[in-house]
Unconditional design. Structure first.
Length: 158
């Protein structure tokens, strides 16, 4: 009795779904994009996620990607089709360097901007800015006003 009532309810509920709702669901599945969260420690995790996406859901590699901080780096790797082993090697190299210093990331000799710049130049292709245009969205915050902005236009590689 319960199963019969349950199946009748489910059938009525499904048939009452409008065509618009079904279209929106299909459209969402076709147009959904990837977003990577910020956080320094998520960097290597994001690279593992990217590897899984490339292996098991390659259709997502052609979509737009959004990120901030470490998430922006992962999104850049996805959009610019960086070989993930190169990105993993770069993150590992940075971690080894950081751990070799007495105060780690707080050591005055640890310059993350310089390290990231040199590693990005090494792993990104010269046409990365063209590949990333309107496909990569980087969330930034202006320190003086705390206003948020999404950047998706890149004029040159440097």
């Amino acid at each position: 009795m319960f199963l019969k009532l349950h199946s009748e309810y489910y059938t009525k509920r499904m048939s009452s779904q409008s065509i618009d709702e079904i279209y929106q669901l299909r459209h969402f599945r076709q147009e959904a994009h990837l977003s990577f969260s910020s956080g320094m420690y998520f960097g290597i995790y994001h690279l593992g996620v990217l590897q899984a996406i490339k292996d098991f859901a390659p259709q997502f590699t052609k979509r737009r990607a959004l990120g901030s901080s470490a998430g922006a780096l992962a999104a850049s790797c996805l959009v610019c089709d960086v070989p993930l082993q190169k990105a993993i090697d770069a993150v590992t190299k940075m971690a080894v360097h950081c751990r070799s210093l007495m105060f780690g990331a707080l050591d005055p000799r640890f310059n993350i901007s310089q390290i990231l710049r040199s590693e990005l130049y090494a792993i990104l292709s010269p046409d990365a800015h063209i590949r990333a245009n309107n496909k990569l969205f980087i969330a930034v915050t202006r320190a003086s006003t705390l206003k948020h902005k999404l950047v998706s236009a890149f004029l040159c590689f440097s």
